[in-house]
Design a protein around this ligand. Structure first.
Ligand code: M6R
Length: 615
């Protein structure tokens, strides 16, 4: 959940670290801190509770002398509240060593007691300080930062990325990772470490992966990696496919607004190079192999939050097109309930960040049970794709706002490409049917541009409703996950009660919530799609009769809805399966605008972090 950056290079570490923290702040914003080895060879730190701006102010008041070696951290608090004292870096070896950490050291209580018994003093309530003190003690024995960290990580349990530097080794930062992200940035006369590539993309687009249970040492002109036993590991380089401007606000008032505006592009880029002559080309599936895919008898989709709702949409399409049973499960539930997995099960994980710990553990578990694993992921070099047999990258570009938006439509697009490919392999759709769906998919970016034109109307609605205390969302079929997604956005951004229901479930309980003035968004299926439309229109009448204020998201020209809805937000015509890609956008805009109307921070909602890297 925390953001981590490390640098060795020229005497500009503060600029690099603060730039990196600005781009990583979405990962956690309870506190921030930096440490540098200054030109005189001493470690100096600044750290402050609160958002990164507090650290910026602190540095303006008490500047740090620049240096060529530094580490920086932005925190999402786990152990110990969000205070200055608990902010990272933490120090060891009498202040000669500085350490930052992302993750949870599960055996920290026992290790802390050991250190207290040995006469050590603690200055924070964090689990991290245990590691700082342990590495400091190990350093006094070995005199090698790499060796000290290597010895200590072998004693730690849990998930961690650790970066450490020592006054005696200026020009060196050593990092280690287990179940928590860390990537290397390869520069010219400078090298970087970061929780993700956003930390250093401003300076280099050459990056390299660090595998599970590995230790990396960066110097100005070299990068070496070993495993926890000390055996050398080859670097696996990759090129970052986007540039620094993609991770900037670029004139928009918030990252979220920018990212919603990029939803058409997110779909278009995810399709790019993957459709040809009406067919789907997914070379990424090669590691699993056509024969295995033809033979699978069940798919389990694992994901959390918005990614899980994308999975629910995908289930409808994959089952209909490829005729394989699909279950969608929250990753944290999946792993602990002893699911039935065989060599004929395909587990598809969906994750924007590729670092969600619950999802990563579910994937590992699935592999251990002999299932095949496919990752749908937006972040290059992330952990979940590395744990999977194959990966389909969504190409939505960096998503910085904590609320996921463009990743959702890109994930559905990737699932649809996969569903159509599977249908082709299994012979459940013929070439013409596949081509028809490919055309529908290819037309989505243009239609999304039309949906974005309704932004002004939705903003007005949201601003009128700034004092609303509860909003319900109804949908049916593929509209049901869209309703859940609309409710999640409102909860996390505007901090108001919001719930999504399957419209058919209304009379089984939720209709009791309806009282005069209750706002209900209804995702209405197209009137051209058969029997569901009149049923949802009936639902609208039922809640309207009980005083609900209805905002319908309905196909352009849907005359049957007009008399019963207080407001109608039109979406362009699309096939049933493709409607969620369009109908979700007004709900993304609504959540963002309602939060803005309440004066809330749209990009960094309280208590949250962009990637949830602890269980
Ligand atoms: O990075 P992931 O896609 O794995 O993240 C999953 C969820 O944590 C994420 O979608 C979360 O629910 C968002 N804040 C929703 O907007």
């Amino acid at each position: 959940m925390c953001g981590i950056v490390g640098y060795v290079g020229a005497d500009k570490s503060i600029e690099v670290l603060m730039g990196g923290l600005r781009r990583l702040e979405y990962r956690g914003y309870d506190s921030a801190g930096v440490a540098v080895i200054d030109t005189a060879g001493h470690i100096d730190t600044r750290k402050r509770a609160g958002k990164l701006q507090m650290l910026v102010d602190e540095l303006a008041e008490r500047p740090l002398a620049n240096g060529a070696t530094g580490i920086g951290h932005t925190r999402w608090a786990t152990h110990g509240g969000p205070t200055d004292g608990n902010a990272h870096p933490h120090l060891g070896d009498d202040g000669k060593l500085a350490l930052i950490h992302n993750g949870i050291i599960e055996n920290f209580n026992e290790l802390k007691q050991e250190l207290l018994d040995a006469g050590e003093t603690f200055f924070s309530e964090t689990d991290t300080e245990v590691a700082a003190i342990m590495v400091g003690r190990a350093y006094r024995e070995s005199g090698s930062l790499y060796e000290s960290l290597r010895v200590v990580v072998n004693r730690l349990e849990g998930a961690f990325t650790l970066l450490v530097m020592h006054e005696n080794e200026p020009g060196v930062v050593v990092g280690a990772r287990r179940n928590s992200p860390l990537v290397i940035g390869l520069g010219d006369g400078e090298n970087f470490l970061g929780s993700d590539v956003a930390a250093f993309v401003e300076f280099t687009r050459r990056a390299a992966e660090i595998g599970q249970d590995q230790i990396v040492t960066i110097r100005q002109d070299s990068v070496t990696v070993t495993d926890f036993a000390g055996a050398p590991v080859d670097l696996k380089e990759f090129e970052i496919s986007w540039d620094a401007s993609a991770a900037d606000k670029g004139g928009w008032s918030s990252f979220m607004k920018k990212e919603i505006s990029e939803e058409p592009e997110a779909v278009a880029k995810t399709l790019l190079g993957r459709v040809h002559d009406g067919a789907v080309v997914l070379d990424e599936l090669t590691p699993i192999g056509d024969d295995v895919l033809k033979g699978i008898d069940r798919i389990a989709i694992v994901a959390c939050g918005t990614a899980a709702y994308a999975g629910m949409v995908g289930k409808y399409a994959i089952e209909q097109w490829a005729r394989v049973p699909v279950d969608v499960e929250l990753s944290h539930e999946f792993r602990y309930r002893d699911p039935v997995l065989t060599e004929r099960t395909l587990v598809i994980s969906i994750s924007q960040s590729g670092e969600t710990m619950d999802t990563m553990m579910a994937v590992k578990y699935a592999r251990e049970q002999g299932a095949h694993t496919l990752s749908i992921c937006n972040t290059q070099g992330a952990s979940i794709p590395r744990e999977s047999d194959a990966v389909i990258y969504t190409h939505a570009g960096p998503e910085v706002a904590v609320a996921s938006t463009k990743a959702f439509v890109a994930q559905i697009t990737a699932l649809y490409l996969f569903g159509l490919k599977l249908a082709e392999l299994r012979g459940t759709l013929d070439a013409a049917e596949i081509a028809e769906n490919v055309t529908e998919l290819s037309n989505i970016p243009g239609k999304l541009e039309q949906v974005l034109e309704t932004s002004g109307k939705i903003a007005e609605l949201a601003h009128w409703m700034a004092n609303t205390r509860s909003v319900l969302f109804l949908g049916r079929h593929v509209g049901y996950p869209v309703a859940l997604e609309g409710a999640l956005k409102l909860k996390e951004l505007a901090y108001i009660h919001a719930e999504g229901f399957a419209a058919g479930e209304l009379k089984h309980g939720p209709i009791a919530l309806i009282e005069p003035g209750q706002v209900v968004f209804v995702v209405v299926p197209s009137p051209r799609q058969g029997s569901l439309h009149p049923k949802v229109v009936s639902n609208i009448q039922e809640i309207r009769a009980r005083g609900a204020r209805v905002i319908a998201i309905a196909e352009q020209g849907d005359a049957a809805v007009l008399p019963h809805a207080d407001e109608v937000i039109p979406i362009p015509l699309a096939g049933r399966m493709f409607e969620p890609l369009l109908s979700v956008v007004p709900l993304h805009i609504f959540g963002m605008e309602l939060a803005a109307a309440k004066g809330l921070d749209v990009d960094q909602p309280r208590n949250l972090a962009k990637s949830v890297t602890v269980e």
